[in-house]
Design a protein around this ligand. Sequence first.
Ligand SMILES: CC(C)(COP(=O)(O)OP(=O)(O)OC[C@H]1O[C@@H](n2cnc3c(N)ncnc32)[C@H](O)[C@@H]1OP(=O)(O)O)[C@@H](O)C(=O)NCCC(=O)NCCS
Length: 151
Amino acid sequence: MGTTARLVCRKMTVDDAEAAAALDLKSFGEVDAWSADYFFYAAQNERAEFLIVEENGKIIACAGADIFTDAAEIVSFAVDPDKRNQGVGTKLLAALIEAVKKRGATVFILEVRPSNKNAIKLYEKFGFQIVDREENYYWDEDAWIMAKEIF
Ligand SMILES: CC(C)(COP(=O)(O)OP(=O)(O)OC[C@H]1O[C@@H](n2cnc3c(N)ncnc32)[C@H](O)[C@@H]1OP(=O)(O)O)[C@@H](O)C(=O)NCCC(=O)NCCS
């Protein structure tokens, strides 16, 4: 991250929608990325919690969760390819867990591609465990369901 980089983790706003979508596109490609409209509405959805990380004012990561009564589900998580493996995802996931905890969620779940080894390592580092497999969840792959108690 460099000695002069200033990282800020904050709530996503509607003004971040375009940048969040651009980041998602870089991370997931056209088929799987969320649109700017998706992030625009997510920023205003009271049942969602979306956070971004800025480095010197530029958005370098975005993550979001939908909140249900006592459970939350990660629906989006991406770090700029140039900023990966430098602890940004760790910082963002820690902040997202705290945020959904404050909203009353006691269980955090997510879906991940079994081939996405780096993401699985990140989630396992935080104590998420593989609890199920959902067939054909993605257009080209099954998903592992991972879960973690957060109370
Ligand atoms: C998965 C992702 C969010 C991780 O973000 P990140 O900023 O690179 O994560 P961190 O640098 O905090 O690393 C977290 C852990 O992940 C693992 N990890 C991350 N990148 C890795 C790499 N290139 N090689 C090996 N392990 C890696 C390590 O276990 C690491 O913990 P450690 O450094 O304490 O050993 C990022 O790679 C990404 O945006 N991927 C594309 C989008 C994606 O797959 N999102 C998840 C969808 S479910």
